[in-house]
Design a protein around this ligand. Structure first.
Ligand SMILES: [Zn+2]
Length: 152
């Protein structure tokens, strides 16, 4: 797998953009970039660069847009919606035991997703930023959902 998000100017753009957005990523973007460009390619790292790169063009991929839209509207495949609206599934509960698996629960509260949440948002973020923030913020939210293996 190779990645070519450019040399030094592109890197500078990403670093600046991230600073602007207040993004802290796996101990720092500089370190991440070094890891990505070194031998030690790591999938999440590449995904993040991809995400950053696409949002630099000020748009989300189609899949990312759909994910954000479904999270915003509550019309999604999380258990609360499927059960309360369509009586699909064994109930509205999350596998963690909480009585409502919805966007708020998944993005902010579910203990089963604590590790992923901490990785994608080392600093706590409001729901509002996760769902209505900048394109970069939205990209991270979408990445978190993919990483969590939830069907949205
Ligand atoms: Zn849960």
């Amino acid at each position: 797998m190779s990645v070519s998000y450019g040399d030094s100017p592109a890197r500078q753009v990403i670093v600046e953009k991230a600073k602007e957005e207040g993004i802290v990523w796996l101990g720092g973007l500089e370190e991440m970039w070094t890891r990505c460009m070194g031998d030690n390619h790591d999938l999440e790292c590449l995904q993040y660069l991809h995400c950053t790169s696409s949002t630099l063009h000020n748009k989300l991929s189609r899949a990312e847009q759909v994910t954000i839209f479904r999270l915003r509207t509550g019309h999604n495949r999380l258990k609360h919606h499927l059960f309360s609206r369509f009586k699909i599934g064994d109930g509205p509960n999350c596998p963690c035991g909480a009585n409502r698996q919805d966007a708020q629960h998944v993005l902010q509260d579910c203990p089963l997703l604590d590790d992923a949440r901490l990785k994608y948002w080392p600093e706590p973020r409001e729901m509002n930023q996760k769902l209505y923030g900048s394109a970069l913020q939205l990209g991270i939210t979408a990445e978190f959902i993919y990483a969590s293996d939830l069907t949205i």
